[in-house]
Structures are given as structure tokens and as C-alpha cells.
Write a protein that binds this ligand. Structure first.
Ligand code: PSU
Ligand code: MN
Length: 314
């Protein structure tokens, strides 16, 4: 492969032996959460995936090389530097050309996962259509990437700061299967329900593995979006969340912020407005998604083994 791509020995041996692997993004570390909560969560999430029987692989670009599986020093660097670039799909080729260091968003983590052969990826909430997107045209590249890269993205839905119905409409147009896990409602990041139903509901990780298998067999590009609600005890009430969001959006207008700075600005403002409650919920939902992603990765291995066993019989 003519790419500066390094897979850590641990992740490499897991992939080669067909063991379950779960990718993790790094933009959430550098731009989604304050320090030191970000590094604590990054380490804890990796540990949780390990104890759930899968190999964690945090992804970033370091000095112009795509890195799959980071060590503690590297995670710390991404958690404490103010000058870490936020790299989405359109930024990756330039970052490699310039030898930059940057954190990967959902979109670019999907691209790197595909390159490494990782099929399951855990995050917090995906990007989507921002409120007012009909005027600003601010729609995250996460959505188009879900239609392109074959990865199961385990999230708590789209971030509640976004326009959820518009985001769901775009995903439908793109033909991305959006699947709520264990409930009908599409979750809203810090809250278990957004007030809108997800197009699909599945209740077992085996069914998710089967859906992904058939997506591949149908030769459909792209992945699945799994929407896993925040754990019950950590949920924040939607009406209160919406008050914080409205206030943060007013501050955003005053700051005339745009582009990739918008999402980190809003998340940070809401941590302040909620007195840290949103941060606590964000950490718990990421851990919940990591644990579910590990179960899905294990189910995928088992599902494939059962299919090849069945094939051998006939
Ligand atoms: N999940 C979180 N916090 C985050 C993100 C996800 O709990 O900060 C990041 C992801 O990297 C996602 C990005 O891709 O926010 C969306 O940014 P934008 O809206 O600029 O595309
Ligand atoms: Mn945007």
C-alpha cells in the first residue's frame, strides 16, 4: 500500500487472527471534551473494550502518518495540545502531504478503519445537519461518509445540538440504515429519546452483524449507523438540554463562529451552562457505546464463523 499507514503490533495481530477489533476516533479527545476528562475517558474506553473481549484501536494522524492504535504518550499529546488539527475527510490528504498531526472525526476515522480492515467503530454522537442548515448549508461530512465507508458506527445518535429530523432525512436519502438499539426512538445524545423514531430497531447484536453482512453481500457501499441510548441513570432531560442549546446557539451567533469550530464551541458552552452535567452524560454514553461496539464486533466474528460452517455442510 502506498500510504503512510502504521498499525500497532497489538491491533495488527488481532486483525490477522480474525479477533474482534473496535476503532475509536480521536477528535472527541482533542475537540469534544475538556482536559483531563478527555484523556481519562480515552484510557478508560480502551480498557472497557479490552475487558469486553475486543481489541481497541484509537485512530489519529501523527506527523503525517495514519496511526491505528496509539500508546499512552500519543493519547496524552492529543488530549493536551491546543494546536491539534481536526481532520475530517477533506483534510486527510493535505495533512499527510504536510506531515501534520491531527485528530480524526467520525468521517475520517471511518476512512482509516476501512483501510485497516476494522469494521466496528464506537463514538459519542455523529455530526449531522446543524440547526439552520437550510441557510448555512452546515452538514457534517460524517453523513456522506456513512454512505461510503463499510463500517458499523456505534453512537448515541446525532448530537442534540443538531437538527435531528433533517439529519435523519439526509441519512435516508443517502441510503444509510439507521438502527436504534433496544428501543424505537432515535436517541438525542445526552437524552434517550429525541422525540423522533429511528427508521429501524434491532434488539440483538447478532441481528446487527447479520444486517452488516447482508449490506456487504448486496454490494452496497457504506456502513450502518447504530443509535444506542445513553445509560438510563446518566440521561439528561430533553427540555432542559434544549434550553442550554438555545442559549449556546445565541452565543454562537454573537461569536460569528463557522465551519469545524462550531461543534466544539457548542459542546464546550453546554458543559459550562449545564454545570458539567453534559460532560458526565457524554462520558457515560461513550462508555456505553464502546461496550456495545465490542459486543457487536464479537457477534460479527461469530456470525461469519456460523456462515462458513453452514457453507461447509453443503
Ligand atoms: N462524539 C462526541 N463528541 C465529539 C464528536 C463525536 O461525543 O466531539 C466529534 C466527532 O469527531 C464528529 C464531530 O465527527 O464531533 C462532528 O464535527 P462536525 O459537526 O464539525 O462535522
Ligand atoms: Mn460542519
Amino acid at each position: 500500500m502506498n500510504l503512510p499507514l502504521d498499525i500497532s503490533p497489538k491491533v495488527d495481530s488481532a486483525l490477522k487472527s480474525g479477533a474482534p477489533v473496535v476503532a475509536l476516533e480521536s477528535s472527541i479527545i482533542s475537540h469534544g471534551l475538556p482536559c483531563p476528562d478527555n484523556i481519562e475517558l480515552a484510557v478508560e474506553t480502551e480498557r472497557l473494550i479490552e475487558t469486553s473481549g475486543a481489541c481497541p484501536a484509537t485512530i489519529a494522524v501523527m506527523d503525517g502518518r495514519i496511526r491505528i492504535g496509539l500508546n499512552l504518550d500519543e493519547l496524552e499529546k492529543l488530549s493536551s495540545g491546543d494546536d491539534i488539527a481536526k481532520l475530517s475527510r477533506s483534510d486527510i490528504p493535505v495533512a499527510l502531504a504536510k506531515g501534520l498531526t491531527g485528530s480524526t472525526t467520525v468521517a475520517s476515522t471511518m476512512i482509516c478503519s476501512r483501510l485497516a480492515g476494522i469494521e466496528v467503530f464506537a463514538t459519542g454522537g455523529i455530526g449531522g445537519a446543524h440547526r439552520g442548515a437550510e441557510l448555512s448549508f452546515d452538514v457534517s461530512a460524517d453523513l456522506t461518509e456513512l454512505a461510503n465507508s463499510p463500517v458499523i458506527v456505534v453512537s448515541s445518535g446525532a448530537k442534540a445540538i443538531l437538527d435531528i429530523p433533517k439529519t435523519l432525512e439526509i441519512l435516508e436519502t443517502l441510503g444509510v440504515p439507521v438502527i436504534a438499539f433496544g428501543q424505537s426512538a432515535f436517541p438525542a445524545f445526552w437524552s434517550r429519546t429525541s422525540g423522533f423514531d429511528a427508521p429501524h430497531r434491532l434488539d440483538s447484536t447478532r441481528e446487527i452483524a447479520a444486517a452488516f453482512h447482508f449490506m456487504r453481500e448486496l454490494n452496497l457501499p457504506g456502513g450502518l449507523l447504530i443509535a444506542n441510548p445513553v445509560p438510563e441513570g446518566s440521561e439528561l432531560p430533553l427540555p432542559e438540554v434544549n434550553r442550554w442549546i438555545d442559549r449556546a446557539l445565541l452565543d454562537l451567533e454573537r461569536n460569528t463562529m463557522h465551519g469545524k469550530a462550531v461543534t466544539p464551541f457548542l459542546l464546550d458552552r453546554i458543559v459550562g451552562l449545564s454545570g458539567g452535567l453534559s460532560l458526565k452524560a457524554n462520558k457515560e454514553l461513550v462508555k456505553g457505546n464502546a461496550a456495545l461496539a465490542a459486543r457487536i464486533a464479537r457477534s460479527l466474528v461469530r456470525f461469519r464463523a456460523s456462515i462458513s460452517a453452514a457453507r461447509r455442510k453443503f
